[in-house]
Design a protein around this ligand. Structure first.
Ligand SMILES: *[C@@H]1O[C@H](CO)[C@@H](O)[C@H](O)[C@H]1NC(C)=O
Ligand SMILES: *[C@@H]1O[C@H](CO)[C@@H](O)[C@H](O)[C@H]1NC(C)=O
Ligand SMILES: *[C@@H]1O[C@H](CO)[C@@H](O)[C@H](O)[C@H]1NC(C)=O
Length: 285
């Protein structure tokens, strides 16, 4: 009886001690994490990068998903999504659905797969309708370009332009004048108001056939749009030796390098930017 009373008496104390212990070991780290997140400066703007590719390129998409999945930006919220036209094979319906369930990073457009017959128009004009949120900027990128998200965000962030903005690598290759023609299809970015304009205006809707990058330049010129422009040179370029005047050596300050067609080119780029450096050296024991 005495022992029971002792246990009953001591139990609240033990419980209290346990709670204290648990809160110390489990809850405090969480609290610290939350606090850190609150202290960290809020992301200043958001970018959607749509990589135009084809449904069947499973392996390449897997590779790109890793390359972008291990990157992040401290100043922008960046989402990378894969964009293709409607599915044409039974197996695609299953396999792409599985990817969507797991990664939620695929946009299937209502078009038939094509290069220069309106896929880009369908992309930009669908984005405001199919997404559940808006972004400050929307990029169209090829699947043979490597974009460095922190460098891209820093480049955009420095410009502090949120409207009527058209950004990329201006064509012709040697030009540094962003108003001269148009931004190369490797990767170019439009502010959200321009994406909305593309989805609503008759100008792009009636002019969708032709080289997609050149067409975007033409729409904007015809519509008197894109009054804020920036050409990111030399930090955007084609991989050395792949395209004459658009190519140059890899640079430390790279935003995007394009025309990565072969595996050894991708490996060279990954090595150059020290993406796997820490891990690689740990294998050497
Ligand atoms: C897809 O496009 C076709 C023709 O371009 C159109 O008839 C159809 O209504 C569209 N489907 C949806 C779901 O928008
Ligand atoms: C794919 O999109 C095109 C519009 O370009 C439409 O005509 C066609 O019916 C669509 N196919 C499927 C299977 O949805
Ligand atoms: C990669 O790491 C090496 C050695 O630490 C360094 O010299 C080089 O500048 C780094 N490259 C880039 C692109 O940061």
């Amino acid at each position: 009886m005495g022992r029971l009373r002792f246990l009953l008496g001591v139990f609240p104390f033990l419980a209290l001690l346990l709670c204290f212990f648990l809160s110390y070991t489990h809850l405090s780290p969480t609290t610290i994490l939350v606090k850190n997140e609150m202290i960290a400066s809020p992301r200043e703007f958001s970018i959607l990068i749509g990589i135009l590719t084809r449904a069947d390129l499973y392996n390449h998409r897997h590779f790109l998903r890793i390359l972008y999945g291990i990157q992040s930006s401290s100043i922008a919220h960046v989402d990378v999504k894969f964009v293709f036209c409607n599915l044409t094979k039974e197996e695609q319906r299953v396999l792409v659905s599985l990817e969507m369930l797991r990664y939620d990073d695929i946009i299937v457009l209502n078009c038939t797969e094509n290069m220069n017959h309106g896929k880009t128009y369908t992309y930009f004009s669908s984005v405001p309708k199919v997404l559940s949120r808006r972004y400050d900027y929307v990029m169209k990128a090829d699947d043979d370009v490597y974009i460095r998200l922190e460098q891209l965000s820093a480049s955009i962030g420095r410009l502090e332009l949120k409207r009527d903005f058209y950004y990329g690598f201006v064509i012709p290759c040697k030009s540094r004048e962003p108003f001269v023609e148009y931004m190369s299809g490797m990767a170019y970015l439009l502010s959200w108001d321009l994406v909305e304009w593309i989805s609503e205006s008759e100008i792009p809707a009636t002019d969708t056939v032709g080289p997609e990058d050149k067409l975007v330049g033409k729409w904007l010129r015809t519509g008197g749009k894109g009054r804020n422009r920036f050409t990111e040179k030399p930090a955007m370029y084609d991989y050395p030796g792949t395209n004459g005047g658009c190519s140059h050596e890899l640079l430390k300050e790279t935003v995007a390098v394009h025309r990565l067609k072969r595996q050894e080119q991708w490996l060279d780029v990954i090595r150059f930017f020290n993406v796997t450096q820490g891990i690689e050296s740990s294998f050497l024991h």
